[in-house]
Design a protein around this ligand. Structure first.
Ligand SMILES: *Cc1c(COP(=O)(O)O)cnc(C)c1O
Length: 408
């Protein structure tokens, strides 16, 4: 077996559907005929001769050159995710935060302005605040208030950045409304699609220009690696972001790309199963006398239930938050800690997007750097608990939450 035999290469028929693309889209197999995608752990690629090398370095010939620029395993992940998001192109990055970094480096310059939801991931807020020292200012506005987004627009606004649904209260942004506001002002709308993934929500169908991901969450789906990506039109991804990648190097490792690539194959069934379990847990929580309020987009009690169902393919996603009843903040915090500490299955971690259910107390972890007044304004109270529901048996999860519920 030291000679390639070569195999006849099948091509995907045009027009196959998303579930097929999630399993099959990529690059052709090597002549060895491997069925599972190969992991190309190599930093560079060899050229047959100097003339070919010269042509490749001059971009006259398409080829893999160096893994900071591109790599076959990374390219397979990019092609598959772009196909699932319904975009022309995708660029993979080392993490979700690196995806936001490349967006700003590639698309904005000194004097530009950004409008961003105030409910986005905490590090996203800090990163946008940091860009101020390079002359890019950001205005933070309420997640669901389209009027506030419109009012924050300036002549130099170049980007609107939204994340929907929000963490931990699952507040929904109306993507189509934000796209209208962005385009009326000559700006781009970027949507962080981490919480729904393309299995539930396709932001470009509602007018978003670019979609970013933390692949660390549901795309991997088993809490193993860091990864990120930006999906969008070729003109922006290849024209504006690829050059930044080549010089700045926030590239995705081929190993991590391989893990998330394989994760995409099961994304749709995982998201649907986790979303269904989350709804069952949410419905049970709503019936508990110890619980003051439950947030999950599939519940009719969710303030934006109809919008969420229209935007998220009828699914609520895997994140459920609930507030415990208590007479004051100290008692609320004590009850929340007691419930979380009594769980024997749920993992106490602020991460999410795993097959293992995670449980966290936002006000003392992910939102601990806010002042108590800011937390109150954002609804992150001391009695609030966030669950990111995984794939365990749902009755076992309900039993786990029951363990630490104090008598009402
Ligand atoms: C985790 C997360 C990020 C950041 O991604 P990393 O891969 O951790 O860098 C961005 N947005 C959302 C919504 C996230 O949950």
């Amino acid at each position: 077996m030291n000679e390639y035999k070569g195999i006849p290469r099948k091509r995907l028929p045009a027009g196959v559907r998303t579930d097929t693309l999630a399993v099959r889209e990529g690059l052709p197999a090597t002549p060895w005929g491997e069925n599972s995608e190969a992991l190309f752990l190599t930093s560079s690629f060899v050229h047959p001769d100097c003339a070919t090398a010269a042509a490749r370095f001059a971009n006259e010939e398409d080829a893999f050159v160096y893994s900071r620029f591109s790599n076959p395993t990374v390219a397979m992940f990019e092609r598959r995710l772009a196909a699932m998001e319904g975009t022309e192109a995708c660029i993979a990055t080392a993490s979700g935060m690196a995806a936001i970094l490349i967006l700003v480096m590639g698309l904005l310059q000194r004097g530009d302005h950004v409008v961003c939801s105030q409910s986005v991931f905490g590090s996203t807020i800090r990163l946008f605040q940091d860009f101020a020292k390079f002359g890019v200012d950001t205005t933070f506005v309420p997640q669901e208030d389209a009027g506030a987004w419109r009012a924050a627009m300036r002549p130099n606004t170049k980007m609107l950045f939204a994340e929907t649904p929000s963490n931990p209260l699952t507040t929904v942004s109306d993507i189509a409304a934000l796209a209208g506001i962005a385009h009326a002002g000559g700006a781009l709308l970027v949507v962080d699609n981490c919480f729904c993934s393309p299995a539930l929500q396709l932001p470009v169908n509602f007018g978003a220009d670019l979609v970013m991901h933390s692949g660390t969450k549901y795309l991997d789906g088993q809490g193993r690696v860091m990864a990120g990506a930006v999906c969008g039109p070729k003109a922006l991804v290849e024209g504006r972001l690829v050059p930044v990648m080549r010089s700045a190097g926030m590239c995705l490792s081929p190993f991590n790309a391989w893990v998330v690539l394989k994760g995409l194959e099961t994304l749709s069934i995982r998201m649907r199963a986790q979303s269904a379990r989350a709804l069952q847990v949410a419905q049970w929580l709503e019936q508990q006398p110890q619980v003051a309020r439950v947030w999950h987009p599939s519940l009719p009690s969710h303030p934006q239930h109809a919008l969420a169902m229209a935007q998220q393919g009828g699914q609520g996603g895997a994140v459920v938050s609930f507030a415990l009843r208590a007479s004051d903040a100290d008692e609320a915090r004590r009850r929340a800690f007691a419930l979380i500490d009594a769980t024997q299955i749920c993992s106490i971690t602020a991460n999410l997007g795993d097959t293992k259910t995670t449980i966290t107390h936002p006000s003392s972890t992910s939102h601990s750097r806010l002042s108590e007044a800011q937390r109150q304004a954002a609804g992150i109270t001391q009695g609030l608990i966030r669950l990111a529901v995984g794939l365990e048996d749902v009755q076992d999860l309900i039993d786990d939450l029951q363990r630490g519920m104090e008598p009402a």
